[in-house]
Write a protein that binds this ligand. Structure first.
Ligand code: T4K
Length: 372
């Protein structure tokens, strides 16, 4: 049996580069609480991502919760059913309630018309996702937020480094939230960040992520512990040196898959959503009714042959028990998300995925089409 191929593998820079930073951390004994590596990574990321202010976090989920808290969001939050469950969980943890509306049938990102139709006097925010790193319709969503005077937060967990028609996609809305989890394009083992617009807001977020401390003896908010450690931050600095090459390699794999499936009935690649700079975080295909096997049969067939794609995002968030009772969780009212959830398969994509392994994934799908 050949080696297993997983949907992703973390980018790991040369270990020696990391060791020199570990030596320094051992020397200084500064392990956490926003030390020099933390500060340096914030500066480096602002520059690399072309954004004004970044506050690092210990993961994307705590960053999402903190972003909503920092904006004072309390009430109903219009969001997508088609995402990783952390998107809705973050809403829940702030004491708010998610209101699910349908996604666009092609991009699988929130449909602005559906957002607009769902706004009521209870709406406290819009939480949109750049699903797979493909930009949401930021102009339309920002305009809805402005028109109704409600904050817009983008869950940009998949969108590290993505640029759209007007520069970094992370500058849209009131805040954007990144994840630096091991499975992401840029990782710090665990980690995340909030991108915000002003120095005052960054100061406030920095207090919120440090128990609400404002100096040694003053506590001004019921904050949380959201700090990224020095080890994680140092790792991030090394990652950053290699990130362009890693994204480039992902881009080559993306092109190879698109070419390989261009003539295969029943396999449809998601369009790239018009990014100016993509990050190729995921490679979603739709397995449509024209394919001789169902999406799930293809999924299990591939797994039986040592290739492990993922059905991101199946089930839909509103199908999970803690959300299923909500009025907006009626799946019949979310047909585009429901179809996406039944058809999508995310294929392996990561910088160290060997060309032979890419060919193996392609051959497995093409053979399945021929022999089913
Ligand atoms: N918003 C969105 C839209 C998100 O997608 C996420 C996270 C968040 C918010 C929350 O951000 P964080 O709080 O996580 O920073 C994974 C990740 O755990 C999760 O971070 C991610 N989204 C989600 C889409 O995917 P799983 O359950 O699929 O991960 P897992 O452990 O099955 O890993 C997938 C594959 O990756 C494995 O088969 C092998 C490989 N892998 C994984 C890990 C953890 C490795 O090779 N090494 C590793 O250390 O959730």
């Amino acid at each position: 049996m050949p080696d297993n191929i997983f949907v992703t593998r973390p980018h790991l820079p040369p270990l020696d580069e990391f060791k020199s930073h570990l030596d320094k951390i051992w020397e200084t004994g500064v392990l956490t609480n926003c030390g020099p590596y933390h500060q340096e990574l914030e500066r480096a990321l602002c520059e690399f991502l072309d954004v004004p202010h970044i506050a690092l976090f210990n993961n994307g989920t705590i960053a999402l919760v903190t972003a909503l808290l920092a904006l004072g969001v309390r009430g109903e939050v219009i969001t997508t059913p088609f995402s990783f469950v952390a998107t809705s969980h973050a809403v829940f943890w702030t004491g708010s309630v998610p209101v699910f509306v349908d996604v666009d049938p092609v991009s699988l990102n929130l449909d602005p018309a559906a957002i607009e139709a769902a706004i009521t006097d209870k709406t406290a925010a819009i939480l949109a996702v750049h699903c797979y790193g493909h930009p949401a319709d930021v102009d339309a969503i920002d305009a809805i937020g402005a028109k109704h005077n409600i904050p817009v937060v983008y869950d940009a967990a998949h969108a590290f480094g993505v640029r759209c028609h007007c520069g970094s996609v992370l500058t849209h809305g009131d805040m954007s939230v990144l994840s630096f989890h091991a499975t992401k394009v840029f990782n710090t083992f665990e980690g995340g960040a909030i991108v915000c617009k002003t120095g005052e807001m960054k100061d406030y977020i920095d207090k919120l992520k440090n128990f609400g401390h404002d100096g040694e003896t003053r506590v001004v908010e019921t904050g949380i512990n959201g700090k990224l450690s020095e080890v994680n931050a140092a790792f991030g600095l090394i990652q950053l040196k290699h990130i362009n090459a890693a994204i480039e390699r992902r881009g080559t794999i993306d092109t190879t898959y698109r070419k390989a499936f261009s003539d295969l009935a029943g396999i449809a690649c998601l369009p790239d959503a018009g990014q100016i700079a993509a990050n190729y975080a995921y490679f979603p295909i739709r397995v449509t009714s024209e394919f001789p096997m169902s999406r799930d049969d293809l999924f299990y067939h591939m797994k039986a042959h040592g290739v492990h794609p993922r059905r991101y995002f199946y089930p839909l968030i509103p199908e999970f028990p803690m959300y299923a009772h909500l009025p907006s969780a009626n799946i019949d009212a979310l047909p585009n998300a429901a179809l996406g959830s039944q058809e999508i398969l995310c294929l392996p994509i990561y910088d160290t995925l060997a060309p032979d392994d890419v060919d193996r994934v392609i051959a497995l799908i093409r053979d399945a089409a021929r022999t089913a």
